[in-house]
Design a protein around this ligand. Structure first.
Ligand code: BYC
Length: 484
């Protein structure tokens, strides 16, 4: 049985949490709002704050028809606080409190741990907007520009979602954390964002698509684990965020797919079979497949670091406390406590990589990462089908999980794409072939121009048009309206 609460769209902050009756939180959020708008103007999409964009806005939380599409100038976007409907009699699905009624308030003993999880989740959202803020000017089409901005405003809404939890449930320290979320900056030497991958640059559109494919998918896995939380407001918030997240990954999967498609078509038209004829392929104004592979190597390995260490007491504590579960915890069939279970973890011991059984509670980050890798494999099959259909003999593959890592078991070693150990000298001499190098970056930057692409229905040379428009709009739909 679900309790659906109507979305109040009248006030300054659209919400389905009864904000109008909760004056304390309403006031706190209204006080936070101007700082958020200042942050958005400073750090949001550069140069496009004034143009109407065809965006979807969440107006309900029903799984059908929860959003409406219309032209909006981004600073006027209705960032709202929307939680999935409350499940009547929901029980905690895992951990020491399995089977107890889900908490509607913060359990005092876990306050600090819960706050930390919410702050880390919240920090990634504005970080990604900051990372992508320069991309609008080089969008390959109005369709892509609109998708970028859609992703950006929804990441902004996800920040609101976490800030609501902090303001409502964590008193003065929640307010301080909410403020700090507006103060840290991606890549800043003094006040960086909290997690590594969110301080990296997103310099071009291939990176953007890889980021939405790989890193937003980490978002999906982490949100899905937090959606299992015994703290019901967090669970409900994450369940609604996941509905929005699906589109972000769609942007990544189809974006890379369309680049592969265009490259393969151009190769075929020019009679080039060899995907490693890099210069010849680049001369066609498309991105060669080995460079696409290198970008995948980079974004996959950076994203794996977001899962934390393979063996983690933090993760065990969060699970025991019934705060963060496993992926699809409620669909798994075991005791949901894991006290006597083991899980095979890939480790590096005495310079050798191999699997070792460790207590399952300690291995929860590894398990989530395994689920993630499995999830990543599926979309890559789609890219490879495109190459095959075009009779180009090239398969994009995921590198070993030990490759290019900065966190966890493999942070102290270097390996090749297959996970074979390499010496430091070997790594130095070969890394340009495994990860994007300066030449690759310059070549891709050279393609990132925008001129005719601002005309509806036009696409840059290096990307194929999408099969269907957003909200089924026709190919020449004007997703972003520029003044003549
Ligand atoms: N960078 O036990 P450990 C998304 C720290 S993406 C820097 O190994 P734990 C999105 C860690 O904080 C999803 N530091 O790891 C996507 C800890 O520090 P303290 C975001 C790192 O805690 C696209 C120490 O190392 N959500 O939504 O088990 C666009 C030892 O930690 C990193 C979440 O991540 C790193 N990569 O797991 C927009 C969910 N990794 O506390 C949005 C919430 C670890 O000792 N977060 N450290 O000072 C968590 O569940 C966990 O905090 C982590 C780390 C999975 C991140």
């Amino acid at each position: 049985m679900l309790q659906v609460m109507q979305v109040d769209t009248e006030g300054l902050i659209p919400n389905n949490v009864g904000l109008g009756q909760d004056k304390r939180v309403q006031k706190a959020l209204e006080k936070w709002h101007p700082g958020y708008i200042d942050w958005w103007m400073d750090m949001g999409p550069e140069g496009f704050q004034d143009v109407p964009v065809y965006l979807r806005t969440a107006v309900s939380v029903d799984s059908d028809g929860w959003a409406k599409f219309d032209y909006v100038k981004m600073p006027e976007y209705r960032w709202g606080i929307l939680l999935a409907p409350q499940e009547e009699d929901r029980k905690i699905p895992f951990g020491n409190h399995v089977g107890e009624p889900a908490w509607q308030d913060v359990p005092g003993e876990y306050r600090a741990m819960l706050r930390r999880l919410i702050v880390i989740q919240g920090d990634t959202e504005p970080a990604s907007v900051e990372q992508q803020r320069h991309l609008g000017t080089t969008a390959p089409s109005l369709y892509d520009m609109r998708n970028l901005f859609q992703v950006n405003v929804e990441e902004g809404r996800h920040l609101w979602a976490m800030v609501y939890l902090l303001q409502k449930y964590f008193g003065a320290d929640g307010r301080a954390e909410a403020q700090e979320l507006l103060e840290r900056r991606s890549g800043d030497a003094d006040t960086p964002r909290l997690l590594g991958a969110f301080n990296e640059a997103t310099p071009d559109w291939l990176s953007f698509f890889m980021f939405t494919y790989f890193t937003d998918r980490d978002g999906k896995m982490q949100l899905a684990s937090l959606a299992q939380s015994g703290f019901d407001p967090l669970s409900r918030t994450c369940r609604f965020m996941l509905m929005e997240e699906a589109h972000h990954m769609f942007v990544g999967t189809t974006g890379v797919g369309r680049i592969v498609q265009r490259t393969c078509e151009a190769m075929r038209e020019a009679g080039i079979d060899d995907p490693y004829a890099i210069e010849k392929v680049r001369d066609l104004g498309v991105i060669d497949l080995p460079t696409i592979q290198k970008k995948a190597n980079l974004h996959f390995s950076l994203t794996l670091d977001l899962f934390g260490s393979e063996i983690s007491t933090n993760a065990a504590n969060a699970f025991n406390a019934s705060l963060k579960g496993r992926f699809r915890e409620d669909k798994l069939e075991d005791d949901h406590r894991l006290e006597n279970d083991t899980y095979p973890v890939l480790r590096c011991i005495d310079g050798k990589i191999g699997k070792e059984d460790v207590p399952a509670l300690q291995a929860l980050n590894m398990r989530l990462r395994d689920d993630y890798v499995d999830n990543c494999e599926r979309g890559i099959l789609q890219w490879n089908r495109i190459a095959k259909k075009n009779e180009i003999d090239f398969e994009i593959t995921l590198p070993s999980v030990a490759f290019n890592r900065a966190i966890g078991e493999f942070s102290g070693i270097e390996t090749d794409l297959e996970g074979q150990l390499m010496s430091a000298e070997d790594w130095q001499s070969r890394k340009d072939k495994l990860l994007p190098n300066t030449d690759d970056g310059e070549f891709i930057q050279g393609l990132m121009k925008q001129s005719a692409e601002r005309d509806a229905g036009n696409y840059s040379s290096w990307i194929a048009p999408p099969k269907v428009g957003i909200n089924n709009k026709p190919g020449d739909f004007e997703y972003v309206k520029f003044e003549d």
